[in-house]
Design a protein around this ligand. Structure first.
Ligand code: NAP
Length: 281
């Protein structure tokens, strides 16, 4: 069966719209600042999709586009101004950034109270201590999609392939908080197949088409494909051999239409939470 992230993300967004309406009635217009540096075509599409989601639910979005020769200092100064702007509740910088700008330093420069992507070390640390109010969007989207489809996480063997700071690492912590048993694999993992094959829930977040083949997947398992890869034909695909694995897995996410739309819905959810928190200050 398909884990339909597109359909569920629409449901999440309509629930969020009610919250946005309530905030607006109380004089707060939830607002997102989106910073884009350079002219990477994929980044432009991601930013467009995020702005469209904002429009759908009544969030104001402001786009700030900079040429790729902006210095790190100039960018940090701009973010510092946004941190102090009371009309803005969330700030994100679209990745990737040009090589001369350190994404970790940029993530740390965004106030934890406006860190809508949840990349800041303080917000990541709160996941570990169980005090988090917002969560990194892709891992949060995966967990909500599993829960929406009544997939039990507690006690299950979860294998995550990929250990990036935005997907694999925070997801491992969040699934651990859900009482799953976690294995995290990466490019240095020996015998990847054995770790994948033992998984009740297998999540691939690598960015390599065809990495996860049918023989690596346990019968009746849950397969979540985070990868987004563009083939030379122009077609989008994930990391998983979807056509072969769909007959073997119990549930599988499509690409596109699985994790991607959930990521954007969770971004909207974080923004609404940050705006609600703002009203309490
Ligand atoms: P990333 O930072 O490049 O990390 C990739 C991870 O994959 C690394 O941990 C790397 O290991 C591991 N890896 C590379 N080759 C491997 C191999 N042969 N076997 C096992 N592990 C391997 O990527 P990311 O930002 O997490 O993104 C991963 C993919 O997800 C990309 O396709 C991206 O476009 C997609 N993505 C999708 C969404 C969505 O909303 N659907 C959101 C974010 C990302 P090392 O750590 O050892 O290098």
């Amino acid at each position: 069966m398909l884990l339909d992230g597109k359909a569920f993300s629409e449901k999440v967004k309509s629930q969020l719209k009610n919250k946005v309406d309530k905030l607006r009635k109380n004089g707060i217009v939830p607002a997102l600042a989106v910073i884009i540096v350079g002219d990477d075509p994929a980044s432009k599409i991601y930013v467009k999709n995020k702005k469209k989601a904002c429009e759908e639910i009544g969030i104001y979005s402001a786009e700030y586009a900079f040429k790729s020769d902006i210095t790190q200092e100039e960018l940090l100064e701009f973010i510092s101004d946004l941190n102090g702007n009371k009309e803005i509740h969330g700030i994100l910088t679209q990745l990737p950034l040009p090589k001369h700008i350190d994404p970790l330093i940029v993530a740390e420069s965004i106030s934890p109270a406006k860190d809508v992507d949840c990349f800041n070390e303080i917000n990541i640390g709160k996941i570990s201590s169980g005090r988090a109010k917002i969560f990194p969007c892709t891992p949060a989207g995966i967990i909500e999609l599993l829960k929406e489809n009544n997939i039990k996480i507690e006690g299950k063997a979860c294998t995550i392939v990929g250990r990036s700071n935005i997907v694999g690492k925070p997801l491992s912590l969040m699934l651990l908080n859900e009482n799953a048993t976690i294995t995290v694999c990466h490019s240095k993992t020996e015998n990847l197949k054995a770790f994948c094959k033992q998984a009740d829930i297998l999540i691939s977040a690598v960015g390599r088409p065809g990495l996860i083949t049918e023989d690596m997947v346990k019968e009746d398992s849950i397969v979540v494909d985070v990868g987004i890869n563009r083939l030379s034909s122009g077609k989008l695909c994930g990391d998983v051999d979807f056509d072969k694995i769909i007959g073997k897995a119990k549930f599988i996410t499509p690409v596109p239409g699985g994790v991607g739309p959930m990521t954007i819905a969770m971004l909207m959810k974080n923004l609404v939470i940050l705006a609600e928190e703002f009203t309490k200050r």
